[in-house]
Design a protein around this ligand. Structure first.
Ligand SMILES: Nc1ncnc2c1ncn2[C@@H]1O[C@H](COP(=O)(O)OP(=O)(O)OP(=O)(O)O)[C@@H](O)[C@H]1O
Ligand SMILES: [Mg+2]
Length: 464
């Protein structure tokens, strides 16, 4: 059987091919061509300066629009590719792989100003390839670290093409902790407020959708006084392929009057559906497809910059569906609650990989949902308590390293490196107004200066 040109290029590559060979014979003429970039038209630049010191990424690409030619203007690539020679082992968890990922993340960092528009990053040594996505400050693996061979290279590269071309605006964030009362709902409401607050008022003017996926408590829906949409979420989920339902019928606006006396349509909400309470929890998985929430949300992913899902505590249908639907998972925690820290560790090493496996049944090669670094919520800590919390976390990290060979350091101490022993964890302080704001149906971040500052810092630390 004749080979496709992609297969042939891969087969022709020498076992010891160096980076320029891989670039010139496989990545540029075959893979990037399939993704729609043309070298001859100046849409691909080699050794592109990232803007971070003298660093250069191996390949950068952007489609020309109108007369703006990427190789002339050298501005705003949409995709960057960092290569390793073929003899380097970049299988998951090898030292070479981890350092390559660090390198790519550095190039996608907002400080690398020439790449600040790049949404996608690829690492490859011709035998393995992995796609990363950047959304604001968040950089996360979009696919698994995929092994390539002559038999699968067409299928896998077309899959990457599909993911890149169906690129959507939104970042889907599940708020999750098995432990109750840690601040999931409060964080969801206030994050949505600051993200959607117009920039003229000090916010970020983003389009935000919030999903109240906790029908038992329906806290978010009640706190904000959201009216039900025309269609119920359960009915929609039961029939997620149906064209009979319009997604807009599921969504209610959250309008709020600000100090200037004007009404603003802030974020949108899919309210909690009490209909779920009439179905025995054990039968939910049998009447609803796994991944149906994600499927519904994919219909509106281009309409919003952020989609936040408020999940209930525990481990149940709702938490699992929320995680399966999400790109990243945000876990509020408590410094004195060893349970919330242990839960976070279990989520990172067991639950997210297991649910990642489940969603790959319908979206092949997608990476596991990525845990964002934990944060402490509503805490008043003395230095001694902070020290104790750090010690407990270090014990958890050591135990997981010994038993599972997984390094959880970046998820607990994102600023810690081999050189800098910074064990700082973001702390969203305890602010009395935050809990009392619930009664006024107005998010604290919009009515109280302390809360506004705290949540704005939070958004800047994690997202923008
Ligand atoms: N930063 C904060 N400062 C003061 N109070 C807070 C803060 N964050 C949350 N709270 C209060 O803590 C309580 C629990 O918060 P919340 O309901 O958001 O937690 P949850 O994780 O959603 O709970 P559940 O698991 O029951 O869904 C609420 O009364 C809330 O007002
Ligand atoms: Mg809640």
């Amino acid at each position: 059987m004749a080979h496709t040109s992609l297969q042939q290029a891969w087969l022709n590559l020498a076992p010891g091919a160096l980076e320029p060979m891989i670039a010139d014979h496989l990545v540029i003429p075959e893979m990037l061509k399939l993704f729609g970039f043309t070298f001859q038209r100046g849409e691909i630049v080699k050794e592109y300066p990232t803007g971070l010191g003298a660093q250069k990424v191996d390949i950068a690409a952007r489609k020309n629009n109108g007369i703006d030619n990427f190789s002339h203007s050298l501005k705003a690539p949409s995709l960057i590719v960092e290569l390793k020679r073929r003899s380097k082992n970049i299988s998951p968890n090898t030292a070479e792989y981890l350092s390559l990922v660090r390198q790519l993340k550095g190039y996608l960092d907002p400080e690398a100003i020439n790449c600040s528009q790049a949404k996608w990053g690829i690492i490859t040594n011709a035998d393995r390839i992995q796609l990363f996505r950047r959304h604001g400050k968040v950089i996360y693996p979009f696919t698994n670290n995929i092994e390539l061979n002559a038999g699968n290279i067409d299928e896998k590269i077309y899959l990457l093409k599909d993911y890149i071309e169906n690129n959507c605006n939104s970042l889907v964030i599940a708020l999750y902790n098995n432990k109750g009362g840690v601040g999931k709902t409060t964080t969801t409401i206030n994050l949505a407020s600051i993200l959607s607050l117009p920039s003229a008022k000090g916010g970020f003017g983003k389009k935000v959708l919030v999903v109240d996926f906790d029908p038992n408590q329906k806290d978010l829906t009640e706190i904000l006084g959201i009216k039900p949409g025309k269609v119920k979420l359960l009915d929609f989920l039961k029939d997620s392929n149906s064209k009979d339902y319009a997604i807009d019928d599921l969504i209610s606006p959250y309008p709020i009057k600000l100090k200037d006396g004007k009404w603003y349509r802030f974020f949108d909400v899919i309210p909690a559906d009490e209909g779920f309470l009439e179905v025995p929890p054990s039968s939910l998985p049998s009447i609803l497809y796994k991944g149906s929430l994600g499927k519904i949300l994919s219909r509106v992913k281009n309409k919003y910059d952020y989609i936040l899902i408020d999940a209930p505590p525990g481990s149940n249908y709702f938490t699992k569906e929320a995680i399966i639907a999400s790109d990243v998972v945000l876990m509020p925690s408590k410094h004195n609650g060893l349970a919330s820290l242990n839960n976070a560790a279990t989520a990172m090493k067991d639950i997210l990989p297991q649910l990642g496996q489940e969603r790959r049944v319908y979206s092949p090669e997608l990476a596991d949902p990525t845990p964002l670094p934990i944060f402490f919520n509503g805490e008043q800590m003395t230095p001694a308590q902070e020290k104790q919390a750090r010690e407990e976390i270090n014990k958890i990290i050591d135990n997981v390293m010994q038993s599972d060979k997984i390094d959880l350091t970046p998820f607990f101490f994102p600023k810690k490196t081999e050189m800098v022993k910074n064990e700082e964890i973001f702390n969203l302080p305890n602010i009395a107004h935050i809990s009392s704001a619930h009664f006024s149906r107005r998010p604290a971040a919009l009515t109280n200066q302390l809360a506004f500052v705290a949540y704005k810092r939070f958004v800047e630390e994690y997202f923008i």
